[in-house]
Design a protein around this ligand. Structure first.
Ligand code: AMP
Ligand code: GLY
Length: 444
């Protein structure tokens, strides 16, 4: 199966996907649109933005790739996968209908309710006056206010009291801080518990549950400050033991797959569930329809075997036929190196030094998220600039290596969270049962 593969996107997630695909035997060339300075080392970058639907279609026409992998949510919500499938191209990523699970929190909430999947109770509003009126009547705090549409992980406000909730409504609806994404909002019950996420690849019939991996959403150490796209990652994760995994699969993932099929949605891609592990069991707090960033970087470091085989089988609806992947038993830690100002307005264009020295640290790969090449230099070009990943025999060793590598990289205004994986290290060690097969196929 010798083929070209086109990866759409330009972040750390896409760098990790290109890096792994370049190792697949059946891949003759990895092309990335538009890519970044790091991706250019493992793929041919073509300067077509991920959201330029016509541009990507023209590129596909020219390249005739055997597979297109769509990384980010925006082109998925915009229907890029549908357009390419109409041309007979194998695509990894859901169509516009499936992408609504991420593109509209109101749609996702209705979907969860229709299919009796445990979640937080919520009300939807499209007028700020009505939303504030409802908040006046609320007796339990905190409440969670969410912009309906895509907001790069930043459209959620956990509000401890009425004044903060009202100002969140104003920020989203009156000041339009998240643009059109905030024309509708959800006001949601606050769920207490430990957060977790789960990734499964599905072709609509078969689920392949991936290794547990944990992001750090807030910008500040000790989980403080505003939410970001993700500041760091580690895997495996001890809170997600096999028993809990099974529960999540039975109560959340399989009902989601059944729901999609019942609604006639042919979903081929990643189901990424944001969860709250509550006293009454795991509940869904959000759906995403793509790999997480930086979660993908950690997953690709631990995945052994052939990524192309898995993604292509998913795109072609024959995931049940592929061999189960195996995973590196070692730990991985990924530390995001961000630019000054992130997650607000950031400073860009600073020259990055020390990238080679960083990768000389044992078992280390530096994935680029927001970089560009100019002359002989790699410059910062985004809020999250790099994700420094290291493997180790245990979490401690992986952490030591990742921070040692991070410290070799320099540019003005660089920062990171120093506590990636710390909560996990403080947890008591629990022996897990034998791993089970993580693949489940629905009868047709
Ligand atoms: P989301 O983008 O929906 O994952 O929300 C971002 C973050 O807000 C989550 O990672 C949680 O920390 C928090 N959050 C969202 N919904 C809830 C909820 N219903 N209860 C408590 N925290 C929530
Ligand atoms: N790291 C969280 C996300 O990609 O949504």
């Amino acid at each position: 199966m010798d083929m070209k593969v086109l990866v759409v996107g330009s972040g750390g997630r896409e760098h990790a996907l290109c890096w792994k695909l370049a190792q697949s035997r059946g891949v003759t060339e990895v092309v990335c649109a538009p890519g970044n300075a790091g991706i250019a080392a493992v793929a041919r970058c073509v300067p077509v933005p991920a959201t330029d639907r016509e541009g990507i279609e023209a590129l596909v026409e020219e390249l005739r790739p055997g597979l297109v992998v769509i990384g980010p949510e925006d082109p998925l919500c915009d229907g890029l996968a549908d357009r390419l499938r109409e041309r007979g191209v194998a695509v990894f990523g859901p169509g516009r209908d499936g992408a609504r699970l991420e593109g509209s929190k109101a749609f996702a909430k209705e979907f969860l309710e229709r299919h009796h999947i445990p979640t937080a109770q919520a009300r939807t509003f499209d007028r700020s006056g009505l939303a504030k009126g409802y908040l006046e009547s609320v007796t339990t705090w905190p409440q969670v206010i969410k912009a309906d549409g895509l907001a790069a992980g930043k459209g959620v406000y956990v509000c401890p009291d009425l004044p903060s909730a009202k100002s969140a409504v104003d920020a989203i609806m009156e000041e339009a801080r998240h643009g059109k994404a905030g024309e509708r909002i959800l006001i949601e019950e606050f769920l207490a518990g430990e957060e977790a996420s789960i990734f499964a690849i599905t072709d609509g019939s078969t689920l392949l549950v991936l290794e547990p991996v944990q992001d750090h959403k807030q910008v500040g150490e000790g989980d403080t400050g505003p939410n970001t796209g993700g500041m760091g990652v580690f895997s495996p994760v001890s809170t997600l033991n096999r028993r809990l995994h099974k529960q999540i699969e039975q109560r959340l993932l399989i009902p989601t797959l059944h729901g999609l099929r019942k609604e006639g949605i042919d979903f081929r891609g990643v189901l990424f569930l944001g969860l709250m592990l509550t006293d009454s069991g795991p509940r869904v707090i959000e759906y995403n329809v793509r790999f997480g960033d930086p979660e993908c970087q950690a997953l690709m470091r631990r995945l052994k075997g052939d990524l192309l085989a898995i993604l292509l089988a998913t795109a072609e609806g024959r995931l049940a036929d592929v061999d189960l992947p195996t995973w590196d038993p070692r730990s991985v830690v990924g530390v995001v190196a961000a630019a000054e100002g992130y997650p607000g307005a950031v400073r860009k264009g600073d020259a990055i030094h020390g990238l080679e020295a960083a990768e000389e640290v044992a078992e280390t790969v530096v994935f680029h998220a927001g970089t560009r090449q100019e002359g002989g230099e790699v410059l910062t070009a985004g809020g999250r600039v790099l994700c420094v990943t290291s493997l180790g025999e245990n979490l401690e060793e992986a952490r030591e290596r990742a921070y040692q590598a991070y410290d070799r990289i320099e540019w003005a205004g660089k920062f990171c969270r120093r506590d990636i994986g710390c909560r996990e290290m403080a947890r008591p060690v629990v022996e897990d049962e034998e791993p089970e097969e993580r693949v489940e196929t629905l009868e047709s």
